[in-house]
Design a protein around this ligand. Structure first.
Ligand code: SF4
Length: 281
C-alpha cells in the first residue's frame, strides 16, 4: 500500500540541493506518514545528488532528507524543514539507486551520505538505508545536528562509518538564538560517539557577528580535541546561496545583509581549532 502513495513523477536525482522543492508529499495521509516513520520502509527526501566531494571522504552520493526541528538563521535549505515537502521514497527505490552507483562510489573511495534537513527525524529509515548500504560494502556517513542522536542504539551506530556532526555554537544561549533548540543533546551525542569510538568530522558554519565569538570557539575546539575521535574540522564560511529559497518561501530572513566572512576571519577560526591539535579544512 505504501508504494502506491509515492510520487513517481518527481525524479529522485536533483540537480542540486539548492533546487526548491515543496509540497511533494502534501497529499499523503497522516496514517501513511506514521507508518513510514515507525517502519522506516519509506523516507521523505528532497532529492539525491551525485558527485559531492565535500560531504565525507571520496566522492559521495548524498540523500537530502526532508524534515528538521532546528530553524537555523543561516539555513540554506529551508524547504527541507517540512517533511511533507519531500517525496515519499520507498526503501527499495533508494537502494536500487545505490546499486546503480555502488561500484563507482567504491572506486572513488566514496560512499553514501545522508544529509538534510535532519536525517534523524526519520531515524528508522536512516538505520534501514545505512544497513543496506553497508551490506553492499559501501561507506556510510550521516550529516546531523545531533539533537536526536539518542534515537540510535549502540548497534545501530555501528552501521554509520562517519558522523558529520554540525555544532552550531558552543554558547547555550547563542545556540538557542541561532537554531531555536538547546545545544545539550548535540554535545551529549558527541560524547557518546567518542565513547563508542565512532569517527566524527565536526562542521562549524562561520557567520560574521553571529558564530565568530573567539572565546566560544576556543571552548568548542578544546571540547572537540578532548573527545579524541574528531578526525577533522570543516569550517564552513557562511554564504547567501540559500537566500532565494527564503524569499520564495516567504519566510523572514534575518541574515539578508550579512556578508560571507573575510578570509582573515576564516583563518583565525581555523587556527583556533588547529591550536588544539585538530585538522581543519
Ligand atoms: S540543522 Fe541544517 S537543515 Fe536544519 S535548520 Fe539548521 S541548517 Fe537548516
Amino acid at each position: 500500500m505504501m508504494n502506491e502513495q509515492r510520487d513517481a513523477e518527481v525524479p529522485l536525482e536533483g540537480g542540486s540541493p539548492f533546487e526548491l522543492r515543496v509540497g511533494l508529499s502534501k497529499n499523503v495521509s497522516e496514517s501513511f506518514v506514521k507508518q513510514a516513520l515507525e517502519t522506516g520502509d519509506v523516507g521523505f527526501l528532497h532529492s539525491f545528488t551525485t558527485g559531492s566531494a565535500v560531504d565525507g571522504p571520496g566522492i559521495r552520493l548524498v540523500a537530502w532528507t526532508a524534515g528538521c526541528q532546528f530553524r537555523c538563521l543561516y539555513c540554506h535549505n529551508p524547504d527541507t524543514w517540512n517533511m511533507m515537502n519531500g517525496m515519499a521514497v520507498p526503501l527499495e527505490r533508494a537502494t536500487s539507486l545505490l546499486s546503480k552507483y555502488g561500484h563507482g562510489l567504491k572506486v572513488m573511495s566514496g560512499g553514501l551520505t545522508l544529509s538534510g534537513g535532519e536525517p534523524l527525524m526519520q531515524d528508522r529509515f536512516v538505520v534501514k538505508l545505512m544497513t543496506a548500504t553497508k551490506a553492499m560494502g559501501i561507506h556510510t556517513a550521516l550529516d546531523t545536528n545531533g539533537y536526536l542522536g539518542e534515537r540510535l542504539s549502540d548497534d545501530e551506530l555501528e552501521q554509520i562509518d562517519l558522523v558529520l556532526l554540525d555544532i552550531k555554537s558552543w554558547d547555550p544561549e547563542r545556540h538557542k538564538y541561532v537554531t531555536g533548540k538547546d545545544v545539550g543533546p548535540t554535545l551529549d551525542f558527541a560524547r557518546r560517539l567518542s565513547q563508542r569510538k565512532r569517527a566524527i568530522w565536526l562542521r562549524y558554519v562561520l557567520v560574521p557577528d553571529l558564530t565568530d565569538d573567539e572565546d566560544g570557539i576556543n571552548q568548542l575546539a578544546a571540547f572537540a580535541a578532548g573527545l579524541g575521535n574528531v578526525e577533522r574540522v570543516d569550517v564552513l564560511p557562511f554564504h547567501q546561496m540559500g537566500k532565494p529559497k527564503w524569499e520564495k518561501l516567504g519566510i523572514e530572513y534575518a541574515l539578508s545583509d550579512v556578508s560571507p566572512p573575510a578570509r582573515e576571519l576564516v583563518e583565525r577560526v581555523c587556527e583556533q581549532f588547529r591550536t588544539q591539535g585538530l585538522k581543519t579544512y
